[in-house]
Structures are given as C-alpha cells and as structure tokens.
Design a protein. Sequence first.
Length: 135
Amino acid sequence: LHVHGFTLALEDYLALPSKFGTDHSTGLNMQYVRLGVGGVNDYEEKAYFTLGGGNGAIDFSMAVTLESAPEAFPKVHHIFQFKVEALAGGVEFTCSDFEGAFGVGDGEDALHLYESLCGAVVSSLRNIYDVSKVL
C-alpha cells in the first residue's frame, strides 16, 4: 500500500500536466511515472499489488519518463530501484540510486508524507542534467 501511495505522490510532486503521454512507436498511452521491477536493461512494469517480497521487505523500481514536449523525441526513461521495509510503527524506503532512508508511519497515507522521498528523486534527476557536473 505504501508503494502505491509513493507512486501517486511522485506523480503529484512532479506536477505533470497529464499522467499519460503517447508512445508514438506503439501508439499506446504510457504513464510518465510507472511502478515495476528490474533495472535499466530488464525493467518490467507491475501493478503494486503483484509485487512480492520476503522478510518484511519489497524490492521495486520506479520508472520516470522525461521529455522536453509531448511530441518531442527522444523521451528519456530513468529507472530508480527501491526497497521498502517494514519497521516497528511503519515502513522505510531506501534507494540504490541516492542516499538516505525515508520513513512513513503506519496509518499515514497522505501524499505529503512521501514529500522528502519524492524530493530525493527529483534532486537525483536534476543532478543527472546539471551541466556544471559535465566534464
């Protein structure tokens, strides 16, 4: 449930004009923020209720598609790999792509509770495109 809440929160945090864009190679609608499993080379979209886990932890990935305009190509897909672990009183999210642990308490499902985690994703994306860091 927290994974689904995080997905919705990230969509809201990005303030996208639409949650969907068109993949012109297939003609199908595609969500800009997608939940799944795997990395860059083996990402597979999944519904939150199909994610399995063991020992109180779930590994999952979040794909974020960026574009300069809806009809502009290429579209760039970024994959972030996460783990959410059950802890006493809530859950903790960690990501292999940036540092930090982000806690959310049990019974708390308001989207603002994921704000620091969403901010870390956006900061990571900004760092990728920061021209001052290009040699």
